[in-house]
Write a protein that binds this ligand. Structure first.
Ligand code: GMT
Length: 373
């Protein structure tokens, strides 16, 4: 099949999933065309069967507003026409699937099928804005196929928008041959010079991630366990987090690494993964940590309980309960045998979401959409 993929090309879970999906589909013989305003950050080297089409910005001086959805629609129509695409797979309903709808009107409804994958904040935040509500509902209903990354997100979509569209749940995935448990003494030493335990968090530091809770939980953990905190990613809350670290006198034991390509290497030497989100449709970075054998301590929101099994692969807590997060981390780090059990259970659970198991679900879904079933 010839598939066009549009996603946010930036450092976030949906862009990772869209790009890794494209790379895996290309390896399986499909022709993949990425269409966006920038090349996806995970598309860092040449891959056979993959092409990238950059959306051109309108330069007309009168246009002092963002025309990206229209520019994207034109590019989608052009690539569909000239590359002979079968499917446009849009990640995020707004604006990507809305642009694809326009492109399908341009080329003709029988010419192309639209698959829309819902990732989370499109449904739980953006789509609920009164401005976008009718557009979100329309875009979902106009898609030829809709997938969601968790059962939570499917139910949320059906409830929030009062629609009866069939929504297929295809969970996020990880390459467990890239993310796997591996001791690396020298790298671990560069993060924890005195052999401390490594607590890790990965996110885009948006308020929904509640990163200050990670720091507050670590502040308690550190009173009982010799440990360091590694924070990966960047975003609007980073400044507040840096101030909180200084306020709690933790600057010597907290590392802000910013956005990191070598995420797998960092997770492989980590001991506990913390994800205290307010909302999380799936929690891709928790899956990546678990694949490295790192038990996850997360909140019980959204799709997280569909991934993280309480008392087996880690623990789940209520939002804001930093004391309980710390208590669970201290418990795991105090009993090596228990830790080993949780670590191997986390790895086993992650293997259920391996890319080689999940990508065929997308292929099967594409076939059904193309055949009209
Ligand atoms: O908030 C983020 O983590 C970024 C956002 C995105 O657009 O990548 O993540 C969403 O999509 C990911 C991939 O499907 C999910 O793993 C995240 O749980 C989801 N974020 C939220 O629902 C807050």
């Amino acid at each position: 099949m010839k598939i066009g993929i549009t996603c946010y090309p930036t450092y976030g879970g949906s862009g990772v999933i869209a790009t890794e999906l494209g790379k895996s589909l290309a390896k399986r013989g499909h022709q993949i065309h990425f269409i966006s305003y920038a090349s996806p950050f995970r598309l860092s080297h040449y891959v056979d069967n993959i092409f990238y089409h950059e959306v051109e910005k309108a330069t007309y001086p009168l246009f002092e507003f963002n025309l990206y959805p229209l520019e994207l629609a034109s590019k989608l129509a052009e690539v569909t026409e000239y590359e002979g695409l079968d499917i446009l797979h849009m990640h995020y309903a707004i604006p990507h699937a809305t642009s694809a709808f326009l492109a399908r009107e341009i080329v003709g409804r029988d010419r192309i099928k639209i698959v829309t994958t819902l990732h989370g904040t499109d449904i739980t935040l953006i789509g609920l804005e009164p401005t976008f509500l009718p557009l979100m509902k329309f875009t979902i209903q106009q898609s030829d196929g809709v997938t969601a990354v968790s059962r939570f997100l499917r139910e949320k979509t059906l409830t929030n928008y009062g629609i009866d569209t069939d929504i297929e749940v295809i969970p996020n995935f990880v390459d467990t041959e890239v993310y796997f448990p591996q001791e690396n003494g020298s790298f671990r030493k560069s993060l924890a010079k005195h052999g401390e335990k490594i607590i890790v968090h990965v996110s885009n530091f948006r308020p929904v991630k509640r990163v200050p809770d990670v720091i507050r939980a670590f502040h308690i953990i550190r009173e009982s366990i010799s440990s360091v905190l590694v924070l990966v990613g960047d975003g609007p809350d980073r400044g507040e987090c840096e101030r909180l670290v200084r306020e709690l006198d933790l600057a010597d034991v907290v590392k802000f690494l910013g956005k990191q390509e070598a995420l797998a290497d960092i997770l492989k030497v980590s001991d506990i993964f913390l994800m205290p989100s307010q909302s999380e449709s799936f929690g891709l970075s928790a899956l990546e940590a678990m694949a490295c054998g790192v038990p996850a301590i997360t909140t019980s929101v959204g799709g997280l309980p569909e991934l993280n099994v309480h008392g087996s692969t880690g623990y789940i807590c209520e939002i804001g309960d930093v004391e309980r997060m710390a208590k669970y981390a201290i418990e795991l780090l105090s009993y090596p045998e228990k830790y080993r059990r949780f670590s191997s259970a986390a790895r086993e659970r992650a293997v259920e979401f391996d890319v080689r198991k999940i990508v065929p679900q997308y292929e099967n879904f594409y076939e059904r959409v193309l055949s009209g079933n």
